[in-house]
Design a protein around this ligand. Structure first.
Ligand code: SF4
Length: 593
């Protein structure tokens, strides 16, 4: 049990950790004293049933030279049905005829699936062509990729970045000096069949697995994107493992609690409810928490009151609650009780304090909605589509999407954060490619997705959100469709961790012309990566909108793959380690997590 020392374990009458082995030694002494002559069988030579610890201890003391008679562990010829089957298997692996035909001939090769998969993975193309990237034809031979390949940004000297390259999209490869070039997400993969029908039928090349998903969520799409077999097993067949109950607070509850404290802080300061959109833009209302005129200590009081109402279990005196209380508020039990007796403004501290402080880093963005539900716009989900000129000519069926956007901010139009709405702007849905269209936005929008992590840096989590996951792009487009006239020019991850940081990937044009505004930690990681697929090298269009179009195309290709029943595995160490179906997947990657 976490947080308990020996003294507490005894006082609570919890067993000593070595209790079972002490009992076993005791029982062995009984057995040894039960007859004049006692035979001890030491099964150490049988790998399948190692000797119990007391037997090993006894043997080490009484037979230190290991001189005891060795008995044959196996009969000369198998006698049991299991032994017979095992000997048939050994014969098959040695290319000899088995004594009897297998019960299910299709199952004979199951034990080779993993080796076959590893062999195919080793043969994946990895070396770049002369232009620094994998040859175009090589992409169809890929079927797994590492997260770090997707989030690699730096291009080795002498090689053009993907946005400036002659062809787009490109997949990175190994170049001279052992360096790798960046990659534009090539997923979902469509690996070729091996030609071995019985094995192929187990690996996504048989008919009948097509999925009819009328309503997608971004997280479900992401599971299919990471590995179609995982998406199919966990979402299509619900073949997930039971969750183990943790002794500490479930990370999801911890995350949800911090989200709610963040939401309450904003809603109470700016005067609106979670899930509703506040009218903002022309009436001169307060734009942000940092502009509300309240001191940080006062804001901390609001946040602590929210915490107290949302986590009454913090009042318990058990070790988990006391530990969490310290993490969340920076207060010990006594200080917390004192504050509860007299709730007042206090200096920000703990995780909650970092949420309060981080609001000053987004002073010039105006939150207008928290936990916005797409169902509020359309109960049947928001339809998202992409024109064929932005998919390289590929016809991709539209999808319907549901979900909640954590936080939507309006960005100022002008450089001094006074203008938030252009009344002369267009009232139609923003085109994906705004550049050259003549379309003019009424409002500029930033989409933020809130995450909680104890281990990841905000920068890494933000890169994952942009280049590996799909939800930022899907949320951005869903908001635009539901709000004609709005243009999303920024999106990013806000990470609640030891420090809270609001990261934001921005359209470079907007960022450069509004560089004195506090919008969060700015990034431009898509600036060297993305362009629209029908554009020439180094175009003048907006890289942020090109990123949006590329992520939407990936999402729609993933959904189309699910509809077509492509449920092949794409094992990689970063994904298999967290796969809820890994125990039933014989091709999982075992290392690297
Ligand atoms: S274990 Fe790996 S390969 Fe198998 S389903 Fe899960 S993610 Fe896919």
């Amino acid at each position: 049990m976490a947080f308990l020392g020996d003294e507490e374990r005894h006082s609570l009458d919890l067993l000593r950790p070595d209790g079972p082995i002490r009992d076993a030694r005791h029982q062995l002494e009984h057995l040894l004293a039960a007859a004049h002559e006692v035979l001890i069988l030491d099964p150490s030579l049988d790998d399948a049933s190692p000797a119990a610890a007391p037997i090993r201890e006894w043997a080490a003391t009484h037979d230190p030279g290991d001189d005891a008679e060795v008995m044959r562990a196996e009969p000369e010829r198998p006698v049991s049905p299991r032994g017979l089957r095992q000997s048939d298997g050994v014969s098959l692996r040695s290319m000899l005829l088995p004594g009897r035909s297998p019960l299910n001939p299709s199952a004979v090769s199951i034990s080779m699936d993993s080796e076959l998969q590893r062999d195919r993975q080793r043969r994946q193309p990895s070396h770049a062509d002369d232009d620094g990237y994998l040859a175009k034809a090589a992409a169809s031979h890929l079927f797994s990729i590492d997260r770090k390949d997707l989030t690699r940004l730096r291009t080795p000297t002498g090689i053009k970045s993907p946005r400036s390259h002659d062809r787009w999209p490109v997949v990175g490869g190994l170049v001279a000096g052992g360096k790798r070039t960046p990659t534009i997400d090539p997923r979902p993969f469509t690996p070729h069949a091996t030609g071995t029908e019985v094995s192929d039928s187990r690996h996504g090349h048989s008919a009948g697995a097509g999925q009819d998903v009328p309503l997608w969520s971004p997280s479900r799409l992401h599971e299919w994107l990471k590995c179609p077999r995982m998406g199919w097993l966990s979402n299509g067949l619900r073949a997930e493992e039971d969750e183990l109950q943790a002794e500490d607070l479930d990370p999801r509850i911890h995350g949800e609690l911090l989200h709610n404290v963040h939401h309450d802080l904003i809603c109470q300061t700016l005067g609106f409810d979670i899930g509703t959109e506040r009218p903002f833009g022309a009436d001169g209302s307060v734009s942000s928490v940092a502009q509300s005129g309240r001191s940080e200590n006062e804001l901390m009081r609001i946040a602590l009151e929210s915490l107290d109402s949302r986590a009454p279990w913090l009042d318990r005196t058990d070790a988990v609650s006391t530990h969490r209380l310290m993490i969340l508020t920076g207060m010990n039990r006594e200080e917390w009780n004192r504050w509860l007796a007299e709730p007042g403004p206090v200096p920000p501290s703990g995780r909650v304090g970092t949420i309060v402080r981080a609001e000053s880093t987004v002073r010039h963005t105006a939150p207008v909605c928290l936990e916005w539900s797409m169902a509020d716009f359309n109960q049947e989900g928001i339809e998202i589509s992409i024109p064929t000129e932005l998919t390289g000519g590929e016809e991709l069926p539209a999808i319907r999407l549901r979900g909640y956007i954590d936080r939507v901010d309006i960005l100022p139009m002008d450089e001094v954060a006074n203008e938030w709405l252009d009344p002369d702007g267009d009232e139609s849905i923003a085109p994906l490619r705004v550049h050259g269209s003549g379309w003019r936005p009424r409002r500029l929008v930033a989409i933020r997705d809130l995450k909680t992590s104890e281990s990841k840096a905000a920068k890494d989590r933000h890169h994952d959100g942009l280049l590996d996951e799909l939800q930022l792009a899907l949320y951005a487009r869903a908001w635009e469709i539901a709000h004609p006239g709005d243009l999303v020019v920024a999106a990013g991850i806000s990470l609640f961790s030891h420090h809270t940081e609001h990261m934001l990937e921005l359209s470079s044009e907007y960022s450069a012309s509004h560089d004195n505004l506090l919008l969060g930690t700015r990034t431009d990681i898509t600036a060297s990566l993305h362009r629209f697929c029908d554009e020439p090298p180094s175009p003048s269009s907006d890289h942020f909108r090109a990123w949006l179009a590329q992520r939407l195309a990936v999402a729609m290709r993933t959904a189309a793959g699910a509809a077509a029943g492509r449920v092949h595995p794409t094992p990689s160490s970063g994904v298999c380690g967290y796969c809820p179906a890994r125990n039933v997947c014989e091709v999982r990657m075992e290392a690297g997590f």
